[in-house]
Every structure is written in C-alpha cells, then in structure tokens.
Design a protein around this ligand. Structure first.
Ligand code: SF4
Length: 473
C-alpha cells in the first residue's frame, strides 16, 4: 500500500533554500520514491528541476547549485492519478510571467476529471496528467485580484484531499484542504519559515516545529512574516493510516508522536487477541513499535525473527523473473535460531490484497516457527480509498471478499486478529470524529458514489465477471 507524496516549502532569504529542501525531501523519502523535484525563485523567475528516482539519485551538487533564490518548494512523488513518468514529476510550474506559480501536491482530487473538462473548455491546456495541474489551472482561472482569494476560489471548487506547497515569485503558500486528509505543518528556521508534510523533515534540517496547518487554512509567507486565512470547514477526515503506517514514527501529527501511538496499537491487539505463544515480533519497520507494545502488554518476550533489507526497492534496476519469484525473501530474511520450534505472534500494520502476508507466514514456518499468530494494527480493509492511497479495488481487497477465518486460512496463519476500530482510536488517543475511517466502514467523508460506480464498471469490464477468489501473486 502506498501513499501519495511528500511536500516541502521554505522561505529563508540568505539561506541555501535548494539544499535545505533537498535534505527535507530526503527525510520525507518514505512518502514517495518515484520522482523528486525542487523549484526555487529569486524574485524574478521560477525555476524547477525534477527527475525520476530517489532524492539522492535525482540531485547532485551541480543541479542544486543552479537552483538559487530565497524561496523553494519540493516534492517526492508516488503516483495515484497520472502515470509515473517525467512530465508528471513535481513541482510543476504553470502560467506565464508574473501570473505563474510553482506547485507541489500531496493527495487526490476526487472531482479532478470534471474540473479538467471545465478548464479545457475554457482554453486551459495541460502538460501533465496529474490533478496537481488541475489545482494550478483552477487557481489561475480565478478572476480574483490577489493570490489568497484566487486560492480560496480553487478551494471552494476542489473536492478531496490536498496538502499543497505553492509559490509565486514573492510568496510561499501552504494550503490544506478542508477535510485535512493529509498532514501539513509549519516551522521556523534561522529567521525563515518552513512547511512540511511531516515534522520529521523539520527535525532533520534543524528547524523548529511551530504548529500544524489547520484543515481549510491558507498560510502565506512573505518578507512581512506569516499570514493565515481560515476557510470554513465541515467534516474532518484525517487519514488514520498516517498513524498506522504512512508517516514516520518520529513525526508528530495533531500533537501525537506516532511511535507511542503505534506501541499502543500493539497493546490494544494484545488486549483484544490474546494467545498462548513463546515470543512476539513486529514486521520491520512499520510494525516494530506495535510489536513492542504487544510484548509489553502480554508479557511475551520480544524477538527479532525477520531482518529487513532496508534498501530493497531503492534501485531502478529491474529484477529478473527469478529474483521476482523470491517475493518477500528479497525484503526479509528470517532468523531460524530465534524461530525454531517457537509459537510466534507476528504483528503487522495491515493486510490489503493478502499477497504479502502468506509469504511472510510461509517464510517464518520454513524457518522453523511451530505456530504463527498474525495480529494486524488496521481493522479489516473492505472499501477502496479515493483520497490518494493506492489500495486496490473492492474485488482485490481480501477482507471484502472473505470472512476473517477465511483470510486466516488463506494466509496460512494459526490465528488472525485485527485491531478493532475502537481499539485503534483508543491507541491514537484523539477524537474519532477527526478521522477518515472509510476504508474500514465505507462511510466516506464526501460523496464518492460516482467514483465508486466508475471503478466498479472498470473492474467488471477488465475482468468480465467478478473473480471468485483473490489469487496470491
Ligand atoms: S479511505 Fe482509508 S486510506 Fe483512504 S484516506 Fe480514508 S482512512 Fe486513509
């Protein structure tokens, strides 16, 4: 399961803003690994450099030194709308002369196609296939006189998830959609200001966290400092997967550090799904903290049964079929000395399609585990996501197709326990009504019926008929 991008912005005259952005993107690499880019302005023109690959592969001293100025924005991409290719890499610059902006976006615009058609009819042309360009052209299409009101106009038309950094030649903007699906925070650095998807990026560049950007808020940063404009908001819908999986455990979202929240998920699992076992382990790295929590509550010893190759997938060399067939073996190596003859509780973050978990269970059993008891931090995922998480269609979601005992049998575990929604909310320790829980409940924060119908039709057309089973890849 993938999230869709990390964004960053910095307003710091006199600083090497491109270099600061590079290191912040480096800290946000987990949010997107397909492409990376930085745009800067020196007050007279917007310049951008973006390419396919990881931050460290895209930039070198030469490319960074050409990005001069006082303001910069940056982006790491994982594509949800628009394919993975260079023209879709962000930030993108849209418009001409003083009527131009550079923009970087994290999220997914649900009504992007409708807006795209409307803007095309008005004569706007599109260079990319991203919803980011739809946001940019929507802002430019406004007849309002100043940038804040033009952004406001766009916010009233956009539906879905967006946390955006945007700049003109003189101003850095941060914009968070009214649902607040994706995080965005504000910090200071040596008299300047920074915006980031996650607070961990601020820590890495020596910036100080100031506060979250609120849902429905526009922040404008100029030489006069920070101005904030708050739009009216209704329902809030912060993606709960930021806490389970997407964000880094050393990030703070809504005042809650993620690491203890994940530990509390493990404690909740131990409370809800006890089992006689010899040891407990979290699948590294995303469920490491939850594994610790399970161990702490249950009293079972904590062990490292799987070691992760942290650099897997961080290459653009395509694996051949023989390497591909190795599946999770490429990513994890079991420790037979820890597992042999043991009844093992394995804590993981989520089960989506059910393609990886059976491989993990098999790997552990082949390494000698006598029993494998899976414990999952996310409740069963039964509905697709329309807010930027690449989560498959309903036909592919294993919990939408099978009962929990059937999923247990399919993955080959001796027992299976999912954390309940109430247990998850208790672990996160924030009010339930600020969250999106739609992939568990089907209760979407905005109407998505049209999207669902379209998705169902596309899926039916692709498969001719509903699959009777979900096949392991
Ligand atoms: S549907 Fe699920 S994955 Fe998507 S935003 Fe809501 S909680 Fe997050």
């Amino acid at each position: 399961m993938h999230e869709s991008c990390g964004v960053f912005g910095v307003y710091a005259p006199g600083e090497d803003v491109a270099r600061l952005t590079f290191f912040a993107l480096f800290a946000l690499q987990h949010r997107g690994q397909e492409s990376a880019g930085i745009a800067t302005t020196d007050g007279s023109k917007l310049q951008v450099y973006a390419n396919m690959g990881l931050v460290s592969q895209v930039f070198n001293e030469d490319s960074l030194s050409q990005l001069s100025g006082d303001i910069a924005i940056g982006h790491n991409r994982y594509s949800t709308r628009g394919s993975s290719r260079l023209t879709n890499a962000q930030p993108i610059v849209v418009g001409k002369g003083s009527n131009s902006i550079a923009i970087a976006h994290n999220g997914n615009i649900v009504n992007a196609e409708h807006l795209y058609e409307e803007l095309s009819d008005q004569g706007y042309t599109f260079r990319t296939t991203t919803d980011t360009e739809v946001i940019a052209n929507l802002i430019l299409s406004s007849h309002e006189k100043n940038w804040v009101d033009r952004i406001r106009y766009a916010m009233h038309r956009l539906q879905g998830a967006y946390s955006v950094t945007l700049m003109t030649n003189h101003t850095l903007f941060a914009v968070r959609g009214s649902l607040g699906v994706r995080p965005l925070c504000l910090g200071t650095i040596d008299g300047g200001w920074v915006i980031a998807s996650e607070s961990c990026a601020l820590d890495h560049i020596g910036a100080n966290f100031v506060r979250e950007i609120e849902p429905g808020e526009i922040v404008a940063i100029t030489e006069n400092g920070v101005d904030s404009y708050q739009e009216k908001v209704g329902k809030r819908a912060l993606c709960i997967f930021e806490y389970i999986y997407f964000a880094r455990p050393d990030s703070v979202i809504n005042g809650r550090l993620l690491y203890p929240a994940r530990q509390a998920m493990g404690e909740g699992l131990a409370q809800e799904h006890q089992v006689d076992a010899d040891l407990v382990m979290g699948v590294p790295d995303s469920a490491t903290a939850a594994g610790i929590g399970y161990s702490r509550y249950s009293g079972l010893p904590l062990a490292e049964g799987l070691l992760k190759n942290r650099y897997v997938g961080r290459t653009f060399i395509e694996p051949d079929q023989r390497i591909r067939d190795l599946g999770v073996k490429l990513k994890f190596n079991p420790l037979p000395q820890m597992l042999d003859g043991k009844r093992v509780v394995v804590v993981d973050d989520s089960i989506v399609r059910g393609t990886t978990t059976p491989q993990v269970v098999r790997l552990l059993k082949r390494a000698g585990a006598k029993e494998v008891h899976m414990r999952i931090c996310a409740p069963p995922i039964r509905y697709p996501c329309f807010f930027g998480v690449d989560m498959a269609t309903r036909w592919e979601l294993i919990a939408a197709q099978k009962t929990i005992p059937e999923v247990r049998d399919f993955i080959g575990a001796d027992s299976l326990g999912y954390l309940s929604i109430d247990g998850l909310i208790k672990a996160v320790a924030l009010p339930k009504d600020i969250f999106c829980l739609a992939c568990f409940t089907g209760d979407y924060p905005i109407p998505v019926q049209l999207e669902m119908d379209k998705l169902a039709l596309e899926t039916m057309a692709a498969s001719q008929q509903p699959p009777s089973d979900v096949k392991e890849q």
